[in-house]
Design a protein around this ligand. Structure first.
Ligand code: DGJ
Length: 736
């Protein structure tokens, strides 16, 4: 795997294990895109793939030439203002009012390894041999500005990462009001676009649409990546399914406002781009300043959607997530939120902890309500001082009691927020995102702290660090429960107000970086009203995230299935909660709730002290099962088998197979019981065809090939589990 440059043809050929990505320096010194897809045998020139030609009704770049038009050529990082009329990758406003630019190839370097991105999360390497990087520098001599495009090809993954940086070397002010992280022009438009859309409590549902001429786009302007859209899209061929066919996935390593779009032009070329949402964005580049855009990860697969997802999973699990917890088996936790909400005291917490310990739980997490005067959600965010009326011995006292029971202790924070009713807001009303001449809208009775300000980030860091230093805390749940409105900062001048949303996210990243560096042993879990900010940016700091506030087993099938399109199952917090479920009032069995939650970072979120003996016994067994299999579940290869999104789907199934294929755990779920049902079977994937496997609870053995082609007959082998509505079965396979 390597990156080749041919001096004669001026072409770059980036080669992954199964991918080629080819572009060239054009006659006008812009970069032209040639090809992205299945790996091609290298040759000196691929020029014939992009040949220039005459077309009527076109503008041309050079006097006397009626062939060379950017409208007819696929481009690498397109500009607007000359002969291409499609949406560009960037726009720079100059002091004379012009937005026309002309960035010409200047030089490039190719080196082993991958550099860190300044102040932004990004994939990384642990040894230089793991990746090769290409940096191409382009220069606009009229405005004395540089554009740096960086590409990294990983040895082990069919992934190419890209990022973009602008540098103002001149002495005029430039305004960057559009800066995509990557743009790719494809030969044709015979694709379907996949996106992960939803809302609070139904995050990341898979949506699929056929490309049509014009722009199709998803975005967020909420100040976070959001539950409404996720910073990811994929283009798949119409015949591609989970198991076969071509697909291209792009995922932005960013947690703020983003935009992802595909523009299909009049010659059926599809231009895909992704980056910071240009809507309401502007960045002032003063003389000498630079702007670094977030990283994009591009994955190509000819092994269907599962092939694409497995590359994202492996790359994100091992080379985006960081820290001690990256490779460590995650603790089985219990969280008191749905058990007590704000109504708890030390005794109640200790009781739940004591009971949980008996059942095998390893970590107790104290959620919202432990600080200030927070007995409901109207007050105290920002006042990170323990409420002694609930916890007379402080966090340290409680944490020690929990530790003495033999459990680890975790604590909830919502660092980016302040309640209107709080000491912090009283003292610093200008520390919130606001416009002084406008009213401030509230969300959950709270305001967003202005993390674009260093003093605000420093203050919150100080409070959190003090608590983490003092108490034996081994886990932090970092919540964030409202979107941004009336966006403005008291600290920034008028011409930088449209930088606030991006500066805010940089402030969040900075706080995460400082805390994870200072407390490397602490496991961080990100959260935003459940999964309203579940994105690759967060995964860089927190190896797991709270997938959704919706803990209903049936709803979770769609949420976890959709989330797995990009994110590894080790990153998905998944808890068993009480019934009737608090979000949808549905009643499902304890078995089905666990059978869904096993495929994630497993835990409980209910009052175990209220369970009867039989339930406790069942929970004990569930925890034991998860502990025995969590290495495999958290680090194995995940295959989606049957989609809950298929029209009228009544069944969902998936399997996770160990790296060496000697073990696997599969989950099968049936929504409604079927009267007089026909034959049912589940067809597994990812096993070794000639290994013989035993399946727990079944006396016969099966070869991998039979299980992957004929499947397992469910009516024969799982009939008892699959009775009634919302039933499910788990199959543990072991090589004999
Ligand atoms: C929203 C989170 O998603 C919940 O899990 C819980 O922590 C609440 N916030 C607490 O306010």
């Amino acid at each position: 795997m390597t990156i080749l440059f041919n001096e004669q043809s001026k072409e770059f050929h980036l080669q992954g294990s199964n991918t080629s990505y080819i572009f060239k320096i054009l006659e006008n010194n812009h970069l032209g895109h040639i090809y992205y897809g299945k790996k091609l045998t290298h040759r000196d020139s691929f020029e014939r793939m992009y040949h220039v030609r005459h077309q009527p009704n076109t503008n041309y770049e050079f006097e006397g030439d009626n062939k060379f038009s950017l409208d007819l050529i696929k481009q690498e990082y397109p500009a607007f203002g000359t002969t291409d009329f499609r949406e560009p990758a960037y726009q720079l406003l100059q002091e004379n009012g012009s937005t026309t630019t002309h960035f010409e190839y200047k030089e490039h370097t190719i080196y082993k390894g991958k550099k860190k991105l300044e102040n932004l999360p990004a994939t990384y390497v642990e040894a230089e041999t793991e990746a090769t990087t290409l940096e191409v520098s382009l220069y606009d001599r009229v405005i004395d500005a540089e554009l740096l495009l960086t590409y990294t090809v990983f040895e082990k993954f069919d992934a190419i990462t890209r990022s973009t940086k602008f540098v103002n070397h001149g002495n005029q002010n430039l305004n960057l009001f559009r800066v995509m992280s990557a743009s790719v022009d494809f030969f044709d438009s015979d694709f379907e676009m996949i996106q992960l859309s939803g809302s609070w409590a139904r995050e990341r549902h898979i949506e699929n649409r056929k490309l049509v001429p014009g722009i199709q786009r998803i975005s967020s302007a909420r100040g976070t990546s959001s539950a409404q859209q996720n910073p990811f899209i994929a283009l798949k061929r119409p015949s591609t399914n989970e198991h076969q066919g071509e697909v291209y996935g792009v995922s932005l390593v960013y947690s703020g406002n983003f935009s992802a779009q595909v523009e299909v032009d009049h010659y059926d070329v599809s231009r895909l781009m992704i980056g910071i949402n240009p809507f309401n964005f502007n960045w002032l580049l003063e003389a000498g300043e630079s702007f670094q855009a977030p990283e994009v990860v591009m994955v190509y697969s000819d092994q269907g959607l599962n092939g694409m997802s497995q590359t994202f999973h492996e790359l994100y699990r091992t080379r985006l997530a960081r820290g001690l917890w990256r490779d460590k088996e995650r603790p089985v936790l219990i969280n008191n939120w749905e058990a007590t909400y704000f109504d708890f005291d030390e005794q109640k917490i200790v009781n739940i902890a004591k009971e949980s310990k008996q059942l095998g739980v390893e970590l107790f997490v104290l959620d919202d309500g432990w600080f200030g005067k927070r007995n409901d959600d109207t007050t105290s965010l920002g006042d990170w001082f323990v409420d002694e009326s609930k916890l007379p011995n402080g966090i340290t006292g409680l944490a020690n009691k929990v530790k003495d029971l033999g459990l680890e202790f975790g604590l909830w924070f919502e660092p980016e927020m302040v309640s209107k009713v709080s000491e912090l807001y009283k003292t610093h009303p200008d520390w919130v995102i606001h416009r002084p001449e406008r009213k401030i809208s509230h969300g959950r009775n709270q305001y967003v702290l202005d993390f674009s300000r260093q003093d605000v980030v420093d203050y919150i860091y100080g409070l959190m660090a003090e608590i983490l230093h003092e108490a034996p805390i081994s886990y932090v749940k970092w919540d964030m429960n409202r979107y941004m409105s009336e966006i403005g900062s008291a600290k920034l001048p008028a011409n930088r107000q449209r930088e606030v949303a991006h500066r805010y996210i940089l402030g969040v990243y900075q706080l995460y970086e400082r805390l994870t560096t200072e407390f490397p042993e602490v496991l961080f879990e990100s959260c935003a009203s459940g999964g309203c900010r579940f994105d690759p940016g967060m995964l860089y700091y927190a190896p797991q995230g709270w997938t959704s506030d919706d803990t209903d087993a049936v709803e979770r099938l769609k949420i976890q299935y959709g989330t797995s399109m990009v994110y590894p199952i080790s990153s998905m917090g998944a808890h068993v909660s009480a019934v009737p479920n608090h979000q949808v009032e549905r009643i499902t069995s304890l078995a089905t709730r666990a059978n869904v939650a096993y495929f994630g970072a497993f835990g409980y979120e209910l009052d175990v002290s209220e369970m009867d003996e039989q339930e406790k016994h069942q929970v004990k067994q569930q925890i034991q099962f998860y502990k025995e299999n969590r290495g495999l579940i958290q680090q194995g290869t995940f295959h989606r088998l049957e989609s809950p999104f298929t029209h009228e789907a009544n069944t969902t199934s998936w399997i996770v197979v160990s790296q060496d294929k000697t073990e696997a755990v599969a989950g099968y779920y049936q929504l409604l019981a079927l009267p007089n049902a026909g034959f049912q079977r589940v067809v597994f994937k990812g096993l070794e065809p000639n290994y013989a496997y035993s399946i727990d609870g079944i006396s016969e053995t099966f070869y991998g090939d039979e299980l992957m082609h004929a499947g397992l007959q469910l009516d024969k082998y799982a009939g008892e589990s699959l009775t009634g509505d919302f039933s499910s079965a788990i199959f543990k396979l072991t090589k004999i």
